[in-house]
Design a binder for this molecule. Structure first.
Ligand SMILES: Nc1nc2c(c(=O)[nH]1)N=C([C@H](O)[C@H](O)COP(=O)(O)OP(=O)(O)OP(=O)(O)O)CN2
Ligand SMILES: [Zn+2]
Length: 154
């Protein structure tokens, strides 16, 4: 009887620092503040059976996850202020600071919305790079060591 090929997930964690605020929050989070975020990117696929090749025995080289996540998430968001486009006064203020690194987000930068935005950015990136061989199965984004959000491939 044929066996079903194993499907395995690999996860790479990267960290970055960003400022944000949740403008309508009823507590401290409406104030400008920052976090050391940690993003965990998980890809699922089969283990490569490529004897003699660099990726033999891997679902995907952790270095590839690092490179693409750095390029599309960490480098744009690190030491940036993540501001909701609806937060007009703050968008204008940040725009008035010469050369300030600001990322205007479609939605308020809760950890849920940031995780969702990261997933939407990375999903086509990994699909283009690795095709159907791999699936971006989930992203976990930590806002603090105690608070995080998970987004999964449906
Ligand atoms: N569901 C969500 N709730 C909250 C979010 C969020 O993104 N999604 N964000 C915040 C604040 O921005 C803040 O990042 C979290 O604050 P807090 O709960 O205080 O977390 P701490 O780990 O700093 O907790 P301490 O107990 O103060 O150490 C709020 N809510
Ligand atoms: Zn916060």
């Amino acid at each position: 009887m044929a066996t079903t090929p194993e499907v395995i997930s690999v996860t790479r964690r990267l960290e970055f620092d960003s400022g944000h605020r949740i403008p309508n929050h009823d507590g401290q989070c409406r104030h400008l503040h920052g976090h050391r975020y940690a993003i965990e990117v998980t890809l699922t696929g089969a283990i490569a059976d490529h004897p003699g090749q660099a990726d033999d025995g891997m679902v995907l080289d952790f270095g590839d996850i690092k490179r693409l996540t750095n390029q599309y998430i960490v480098e744009p968001w690190d030491h940036a202020f993540l501001v909701a486009k609806e937060d007009i006064g703050l968008v204008d203020f940040l725009g008035s600071i010469p050369d300030h690194k600001t990322v205007v987000m479609e939605q308020v930068p809760t950890v849920e919305n940031l995780a969702s935005a990261a997933f939407k950015i990375l999903q086509p990136v990994f699909q283009k790079a690795f095709g159907a061989r791999l699936v971006l199965s989930s992203i976990r984004l930590y806002e603090t060591p105690n608070c995080w959000a998970d987004v999964s491939h449906s």
